[in-house]
Ligand binder design. Structure first.
Ligand code: GLA
Length: 694
């Protein structure tokens, strides 16, 4: 288990470096990410290089038995870069420059930035590729973090080239973007601009390509650095730090180029859904490369500095949040940062070593955590222990959140709601692309898969035909990979699987993502409220309990599906709200609205009951989370009460046999409890998806 932090010795005089190493040893630190923002220290001027300080630091760490994840330091170009080469600066939507003085002020597609960054990486690689202390490479930092899109001239030029590479001819692009609409037909690639500030909506197909391009430019920066490291003979794993569900970068496309996935996660102590949201993030990250344990590359020991209010963690929460990562596949637990900064924007950000020193609650928590992680045995690669695959797809995210739709949808929030229903029930979930449906899951949930690629449709169809259970809808299977309607209406790919014909959308006024009234003119809000009242609500019932739909109440017709529940109110009264349909050896469910509140859980209960999927540990008390990783079952009490859980196994930290786990609030237990041992004791039909009996 790796344990450590970002280490920024360039912010400190040399005198503290020895103390750093000594205290790292005391805390159980065995690795640091070194020099992430050190470009200006390594290269103070274009023709001046200074590696001596880095040699010294690496030497001290090595002597102290602390490994180095060496950063390529390219995330924050020094002042001389911006002053000498203003073409490296990115621009906003209106074309105005972003200026230096912060960090990440570089245009990812700028050839000059790439040349200068490449030279820095080459020098670092040549000097340290064979250094015994360097065990990993940290490329850039959180690519795209502050700058979600760059509209600079460098981006314009690169975009034109990228489009030409993708479409070859301008006619092909015109077809893909549907440019006959609003006189947008292009005569040449040189007529195309980034989607800068325009009077009204940009062409949605172009926006989808722009998003793809943006993700690809960031990826190209990573790949450029990776190639330089490899060329110089680096044989260590190479990675960069992801940020969970980060909209600008399609991490699924990046994952094959990461030797190990690293992720930064900062649960907001004030977010009532922080446990769910963090669990989703960790499941997403694990699912990107399930055969390799991932690394939690940054979390905070306590408060951060960048939210409007920055409360600290509750006592014990650091252990509980860390355990969630280990449970869900992490083999490294790291922090931003080792020693709290004494200057700069992040001086109020917590660290492993607080400014107030070692006689602090934080230091106690950090040293205790180091000791507990050290006690854990080697853990297996996470693999695909989940039996439910939840589809979360970047291209769909980009497309579904474009403008001018029947209703505004916050895709991530919607997916988190579905995820939450499984999480609450203790059912483990992998987060997958639609194309991954066939990788052994019993149930695949594909909420609001508006953009459905041909390959995704094929995989989902084969999954159901082969015996799987699919739950999908609403606003699914509407457009192709260019964000264009397909011929033949909607649900063109999945109609047979679902046994449905789709007629119309039926937006429910006042229930969309933007329906809080924020940003809406008063008149519009009043109009929306009136429309909602006129249309009525979209109520449906399951097992005699009434639930409300939101976002849409679609008009679908059951051609061969069974109607499980019909809308009881509103414009769709009498029309199907939830359907199920046997197809091949499997079954496909469709929900024609986004169930609100308890409705979501009721739909999940219905699908779970029909499919036989079971929780990791049955009958867990509320607030207790369980996750399986091979033989390891991790139990975390996020609730406020002490709980007892019966589980047969061995305490992973002490090796002692256990039958009962007692957890205080925020308490954590790691129990080795092989699924197959319990499975043999369980009824035959429950063996594959067995729970550990309470
Ligand atoms: C990100 C960055 C770090 C630091 C932290 C603060 O994760 O990678 O450099 O700014 O945020 O939370």
């Amino acid at each position: 288990m790796l344990y450590g932090a970002d280490y920024n010795p360039d912010q400190w005089p040399e005198e503290v470096w020895d103390e750093d190493v000594r205290l790292m040893q005391e805390a159980g630190v065995n690795i640091v990410s070194l020099g992430i923002f050190a470009w200006s220290r390594i290269q103070p001027a274009e023709d001046t290089w200074d590696f001596e300080w880095l040699d010294t630091v690496i030497g001290k760490l090595h002597a102290g038995g602390i490994a180095v994840n060496l950063a390529t330091a390219t995330a924050s170009p020094p002042p001389w870069v911006s002053a000498t080469y203003p073409e490296t600066l990115p621009a906003d939507e209106s074309g105005a420059s972003y200026w230096p003085g912060s960090r990440q002020h570089f245009a990812p597609s700028s050839p000059t930035y790439r040349r200068l960054a490449g030279e820095l990486v080459r020098r670092l690689a040549e000097r340290y590729a064979h250094h015994p202390a360097v065990v990993m490479w940290h490329v850039g930092n959180e690519f795209g973090c502050h700058l979600w899109m760059d509209f600079s001239d460098a981006a314009r030029d690169a975009y034109r080239g990228w489009l030409e590479g993708r479409y070859a001819t301008i006619d092909a692009l015109n077809d893909a973007w549907g440019t006959s609409f609003w006189s947008q037909r292009y005569g040449a690639f040189d007529e195309i601009f980034p989607p800068r500030l325009a009077p009204y909506s940009h062409n949605p197909s172009s926006m989808l390509d722009w998003r793809r391009f943006t993700s690809d430019m960031l990826l190209e920066c990573y790949l450029m650095e990776r190639a330089i490291l490899l060329e110089a003979g680096a044989s260590q794993p190479i990675t960069t730090n992801f940020m969970g569900p980060f909209k600008p970068a399609d991490y699924r496309r990046w994952a094959p180029f990461m030797d190990v996935i690293a992720d930064d996660c900062y649960p907001d102590p004030a977010n009532p859904h922080r446990v769910r949201d963090a669990a989703f993030q960790r499941d997403l990250i694990r699912s990107l490369k399930p055969d390799t344990p991932w690394l939690l590359w940054e979390q905070a020991t306590d408060a951060v500095n960048w939210r409007p209010a920055n409360p600290g963690k509750r006592p014990g929460a650091l252990m509980a949040e860390t355990a969630q990562s280990v449970a869900r596949g992490a083999d490294g637990i790291m922090f931003f940062q080792w020693r709290q900064s004494r200057a700069g924007s992040e001086k109020f950000h917590s660290a492993m070593l607080p400014h107030a020193g070692t006689e602090t609650r934080t230091w106690d928590a950090v040293t205790e955590l180091g000791a507990r992680l050290k006690a854990l045995p080697a853990l297996p690669a996470p693999g695909r222990d989940a039996h439910v695959g939840l589809v979360f797809d970047w291209e769909n995210w980009w497309a579904v959140e474009e403008r001018d739709h029947p209703t505004e949808i916050d895709y991530l929030a919607l997916v988190l709601d579905w995820y939450g229903a499984f999480h609450e029930r203790g059912i483990q979930v992998d987060v997958i692309a639609p194309e991954e449906a066939g990788l052994g899951y019993d149930v695949v949930v594909a909420p609001t898969l508006y953009l459905l690629r041909d390959e995704g449709a094929t995989a989902l169809t084969a999954f159901v035909r082969g015996g799987g259970t699919l739950l999908t809808g609403p606003f699914t299977d509407i457009v192709d990979g260019h964000d264009q309607f397909r011929d033949g209406g909607f649900l063109t790919q999945l109609a047979d699987v679902l046994g449905l014909r789709f007629e119309d959308f039926g937006a429910l006024a006042g229930t969309s993502a933007g329906a809080s009234g924020v940003g809406a003119l008063n008149g519009q809000a009043v109009q929306a409220a009136r429309a909602a009242a006129a249309a009525g609500t979209a109520e449906f019932a399951l097992d005699g309990v009434a639930h409300l739909g939101r976002l849409v109440a679609e008009s679908v017709h059951a051609t061969s599906a069974t109607v499980v529940s019909a809308f009881r109110t509103g414009a769709r009264a009498g029309s199907p709200a939830l359907t199920r349909h046997a197809f091949g050896d499997g079954e496909a469910w469709y929900v024609a609205t986004q169930p609100a509140g308890t409705g979501l859980g009721a739909v999940v209960d219905a699908v779970v009951a029909a499919s036989g999927v079971r929780p990791v540990v049955a009958g867990l008390p509320a607030g207790v989370e369980a996750a399986r990783r091979g033989d390891l079952v991790t139990l975390i009490n996020h609730g406020d009460a002490r709980v007892e859980i019966a589980i047969d196994g061995t305490d992973a930290e002490t090796g002692v046999d256990t039958a009962l786990v007692v957890l205080e609030p925020q308490g954590v237990a790691f129990v080795m409890s092989p699924e197959r041992a319990e499975a043999s004791a369980a009824p035959a039909d429950a063996t594959r998806r067995t729970a550990v009996a309470p």
